[in-house]
Design a protein around this ligand. Structure first.
Ligand SMILES: NC(=O)c1ccc[n+]([C@@H]2O[C@H](COP(=O)([O-])OP(=O)(O)OC[C@H]3O[C@@H](n4cnc5c(N)ncnc54)[C@H](O)[C@@H]3O)[C@@H](O)[C@H]2O)c1
Length: 366
């Protein structure tokens, strides 16, 4: 029998749950019936309630619009919902925007995370004592900096060397999270994941940019020579890893998550072009490859990221379930079948280049 509101044992707060990864996570948890979910999100340009449309009638999902930097709002969700877990996805997440406006990244990723950690600790030591509360801090492999072509992949022991304001702000949040475990005993686990792709990813990121530019007959931008390497993971595999870390990870530990799919940007673009040419040929029959256009490189562009996920695979018994080629095709199909989702977002920003979009006015951060 389906459990109603208040009957499920676990109640989890998910910050950033109306963004790309957070909304996939919330949907996955609700489809498993694993916990009651409170999505807490400011709905910046990157947050979109349509991402959670299919949970509109779910009595065990609640949406609360709020800012992680707002101590009263955060205190309020802790006291109101008495959670057993908090999954912290909320962030400013786009590297190009961090180069143009680093301040928003410090405010949300550093100050916002600080407020959440501090309020989580107060809750854990007070009203939440004895509830088995855990905090799952979601971070990125970008905190480790850039690998040379011959360096071994990142592990949890790789020294931090962030290069972009985004990576530096996430690194700062990881250090704060660590300090709250070691100084105050907050029960917290951190995951550092590689590049995600899948449904509901905001159109400014590489894979949606390529798909949508091709479908709209616009130039497909490639930074410089297109030789930068990222290790790609399907969003559901990341979400599975986050659940595994929450359930089986040791307090204070970090787990690097990656699917072992390093690809140059050129290889990713070619794979998308091949899928589109096969399943959705352009009118006139010419390959979408003709649209690929070189654009000036991102300043300080990291050359290579790659994850060695041995620790997560052995200690969490986690492994990715999707291959790159199958999941990439699934992703392309999703964008083909959900045109109204992305045309609405496309209307709100200039998609001619990754990360050049203006924020939407209403609901954006100050
Ligand atoms: N996308 C990736 O490839 C990737 C890889 C590894 C780790 N991560 C991490 O995963 C998390 C989610 O990434 P994403 O790609 O889904 O990001 P996203 O930009 O799609 O979503 C971020 C969400 O956070 C919300 N948000 C922003 N500022 C907020 C604030 N002050 N208060 C409350 N909510 C706020 C936004 O409205 C949005 O819904 C981030 O912490 C990111 O660093 C992302």
């Amino acid at each position: 029998m389906k459990q109603g509101l208040g009957e499920t044992r676990d109640c989890w707060i998910v910050t950033g749950g109306a963004g790309f990864i957070g909304s996939n996570f919330v949907r996955m948890i609700r489809s498993m019936g694993r916990a009651r979910i409170i999505t807490f999100d400011l709905l910046t340009y990157a947050g979109n309630l349509r991402n959670l449309d299919d949970l509109r009638n779910d009595p065990d999902h609640h949406f609360v619009q709020g800012d992680i930097r707002d101590r009263r709002a955060v205190d309020d969700i802790f006291s109101r919902y008495q959670p057993t877990g908090l999954f912290h996805f909320a962030a400013e997440s786009h590297v190009d925007r961090s180069i143009e406006n680093p301040e928003a990244f410090i405010e949300t990723n550093v100050n916002g995370t600080f407020v959440l950690l501090d309020e989580a600790l107060r809750y854990h030591k007070g009203a939440g004592a004895g509830r088995g509360f855990r905090f799952l801090h979601i971070s990125t492999d970008e905190v480790y900096g850039s690998l040379s072509p011959t360096d071994p992949p990142f592990t949890e022991r790789t020294p931090y060397a962030p290069n972009s304001p985004y990576a530096a702000s996430k690194a700062a949040s990881d250090h704060l999270a660590r300090a709250y475990v070691h100084t105050y005993g907050l029960p917290l686990v951190t995951t550092n994941c590689s590049n995600n792709y899948g449904p509901f990813q905001f159109p400014e990121k590489l894979i949606p940019t390529v798909i949508l530019s091709a479908l709209e007959g616009r130039p497909i931008p490639v930074y410089g020579e297109g030789l930068n390497i990222r290790d790609w993971i399907y969003v559901e595999d990341h979400c599975d890893g986050v659940i595994a870390a929450f359930e089986r990870g040791k307090t204070g530990e970090t787990y690097a998550l990656g699917a072992g799919n390093p690809r140059t940007n050129r290889e990713v673009i070619s794979a998308i072009v091949e899928i589109l040419d096969r399943i959705h040929p352009a009118a006139g029959g010419e390959s979408y490859g003709r649209l690929v256009t070189r654009v000036p490189d991102r300043p300080g562009h990291d050359l290579r990221y790659e994850i060695d996920a041995t620790k997560a695979r052995t200690e969490l018994s986690w492994k990715p379930a999707h291959t790159f080629s199958q999941a990439l095709e699934k992703t392309v199909l999703w964008y083909l079948e959900n045109r109204d989702w992305w045309t609405e977002l496309r209307g709100r920003y200039d998609g001619s280049r990754q990360g050049t979009g203006r924020r939407k006015e209403a609901g954006g951060q100050p």
